[in-house]
Design a protein around this ligand. Structure first.
Ligand code: KG4
Ligand code: ZN
Length: 357
């Protein structure tokens, strides 16, 4: 089955053709980083305009680079949410028009579900139940996945997403956008033990995440230590590198200890770590160590599939299309779309959960 995936939820215009949900035939991504970098974050109005400019050439390129014609595809999968409304609408409208014109089945995909499927291309088939840590600029969640297409949110962030924390701290230190890769690079030359940051504790003991307290602690440290933001084009000081390393190691510890705790209680057969922050080498290393301790395989997408792309949307869409799922012409973008379709009380879930959190 050949599926065209279309992704425009944030600041990447992407199209991909995927065979049988596992093989990437083509994957084209137009990043808008250059447009947004001078604002230190994504400007929604500019993002949707740029999607409009790019959507046609990007989809054309996904076909011309392969020799596959539009008639040969078996369906179209498009991200319907969550994301920026103006951006999502470009992809959804284009996908609907294309499916109508070509008389092909259409299916809407949740962007987060797409991130979970991003591990399908380069790893052995996922054994279920799986536990998926999705860490990106907009989301930080742990999903328990008893079988394909079933999701329960086990942990969520109570405030900022992990990637958002990287971006905000980088902005505060004058380091540029997106913050994750810049902080990771500086952290390699810094001492992760230089600044001690506490891990957040939830009053109700739920295995949730929180990063805004850490962001405040970094602000306070900068103020009290007298560290100055790095001027444009200048080499960051050792103090900035140490702070970057200490911040990164706190985020990684928080993510991985929570994943470990949940894995001990939910007993999955596979761990998945995906989303833009999964590019982070320190996170991968810590997740590998935790997985080895738990005796579980851990799957990551390679970095170009960790950040937003359309191959993951096509892969998630393939499963839905194969199950006979179809979206109608009333398919619409949903900014707040949630990915949670099973309850703790489900019999299927109870089989796997040793005890309730
Ligand atoms: O998945 P993604 O491309 O977009 C969203 O759906 O949000 O994730 C982008 C996020 C940004 O916040 C970026 O700073 C972060 O992923 N990121 C990283 C790294 N590379 C990208 N965070 C930490 N370390 C990295 N190497
Ligand atoms: Zn994403």
């Amino acid at each position: 089955m050949l599926v065209l995936g279309i992704e425009t939820s944030c600041d990447e215009t992407a199209a991909a053709i995927v065979r049988d949900g596992r093989e990437i035939v083509s994957s084209v991504i137009a990043s808008q980083i250059a447009t947004h970098t001078r604002f230190g974050g994504v400007v929604p109005e500019l993002a949707s305009r740029e999607h409009l400019d790019k959507i046609v050439p990007i989809i054309e390129e996904a076909f011309t680079s392969t020799g596959i014609t539009k008639d040969q595809i078996d369906g179209i999968a498009v991200t319907v949410g969550p994301g920026l409304i103006g951006s999502l609408l470009v992809g959804v409208s284009y996908a609907k028009a294309m499916a109508f014109a070509l008389d092909k089945p259409l299916v809407g995909v949740n962007h987060i579900e797409g991130h979970i499927y991003s591990v399908c291309f380069e790893n052995p088939p996922v054994e279920y139940p799986a536990l998926a840590l999705i860490v990106s600029g907009g989301h930080t969640n742990l999903f328990f996945v008893p079988s394909p297409g079933k999701y329960k949110v086990v942990s969520r962030t109570r405030d900022d997403a992990a990637g958002e924390a990287f971006d905000k701290v980088a902005k505060m230190l004058g380091l540029g956008y997106p913050g994750g890769p810049i902080i990771e690079k500086l952290a390699r030359e810094g001492n992760p033990k230089a600044v001690k940051f506490a891990l957040p504790r939830m009053g109700d003991n739920r295995p949730d995440f929180s990063f805004s307290g850490l962001k405040t602690a970094v602000t306070k440290y900068v103020r009290e230590s007298g560290l100055q933001p790095v001027p444009d084009g200048e080499e960051p000081s050792q103090g900035i590198k140490d702070l970057a390393a200490s911040f990164q190691s706190t985020v990684v510890r928080s993510l991985v200890t929570t994943m470990e705790r949940v894995a001990q209680e939910y007993r999955p057969k596979t761990l998945i770590v995906a989303g833009g922050v999964a590019c982070n080498g320190a996170l991968r290393e810590a997740a590998r160590v935790a997985a080895a301790k738990l005796g579980l395989p851990v799957y990551f997408p390679s970095p170009h599939l960790s950040t937003d792309n359309a191959a993951m949307i096509a892969a998630a869409g393939t499963v839905k299309l194969q199950a006979g799922e179809r979206s109608g012409w009333d398919l619409n973008a949903d900014v707040m779309l949630r990915l949670q379709n099973i309850e703790v009380e489900d019999d299927e879930l109870r089989k796997h959960v040793r005890y309730r959190l």
